[in-house]
Design a binder for this molecule. Structure first.
Ligand code: SAH
Length: 234
């Protein structure tokens, strides 16, 4: 089963972008996943092909129209489409590795990229979009967020990442940040590789890595230890 991504955007030229290179790009050309682009402007209703209008109630900026977006969604994801509909949005639940894993195990995703001030609320409700955020900051559009989301998903798909094990030892997979890494040369600017890593004692190496992971997590992300960051579920 191929993971099918459909991305609805005003800037389809931004895709596949980085997703066309490296592991994700090879996966795309080898059919491990597929990408369909929907140009929202193609579904405009007037001869000026407008997709946005001024906000009801006043204020700065423009809002993407529900009627135009509904036509684009119904084209890209017709009724009965089993794929989750995701809206990239700073108001969404923060993306987690647990949610990425769930999505990667599913049939695909329909991803809507906002622009301007955002999207008419009625579209979000009528078409059942789940809002997903990539962090507590504001991007100028949903496209970079969609690329982040797809990158995280695609690397987990069967056949995309060479070494399946390296996916399981990453930061967040066990609720901890990852331990530090070292490689040759043995000494760099007066700093040696920690002795334990060259000792050949695998039990000691595992224990050291675990300790380091716990230390880093305590220092940098105590919220992960106290379980305050909940996995995003629907
Ligand atoms: N006025 C909105 C921000 C709009 S930014 C607000 O204050 O909440 C324009 C678009 O960029 C959004 O519709 C969304 O699709 C995307 N975007 C911006 N920041 C994002 C983030 N942190 N995560 C996911 N998408 C984001």
């Amino acid at each position: 089963m191929t993971f099918r991504a459909s991305v609805l955007t005003l800037y389809p030229e931004m895709f596949p972008g980085p997703l066309g290179l490296s592991l994700a790009g090879r996966g795309l050309s080898e059919g491990a996943w597929s990408l369909e682009m929907v140009q929202i402007r193609d579904f405009a209703l007037d001869k000026h092909r407008s997709v946005d209008d001024t906000p009801a109630g006043g204020g700065a900026g423009m809002v993407m129209r529900a009627d135009v977006l509904a036509r684009a969604v119904d084209h890209g994801s017709p009724a009965g489409d089993p794929r989750p509909r995701l809206l990239m949005s700073p108001r969404g639940k923060p993306l987690t590795q647990a949610r990425v894993r769930e999505l990667a195990a599913g049939p695909g995703a329909v991803i809507l990229c906002g622009r301007f001030e955002g999207i008419d609320q009625r579209l979000i409700e009528s078409r059942g979009f789940e809002e997903i955020s990539v962090g507590d900051y504001i991007l100028s559009g949903g496209e970079p967020a969609a690329i982040v989301l797809l990158d995280a998903i695609v690397r987990l798909l069967p056949g995309v990442m060479g070494n399946a094990q390296s996916g399981e030892e990453e930061s967040f997979e066990h609720g901890l940040l990852e331990h530090p890494h070292y490689t040759r040369p043995q000494e760099f600017e007066g700093m040696p590789i920690p002795d334990v890593l060259t000792s050949g004692n695998h039990a000691k190496i595992s224990a050291w890595r675990r300790e380091q992971a716990e230390r880093l997590t305590r220092e940098r992300r105590p919220d992960l230890l106290s379980g305050r960051t909940q996995p995003v579920t629907k």
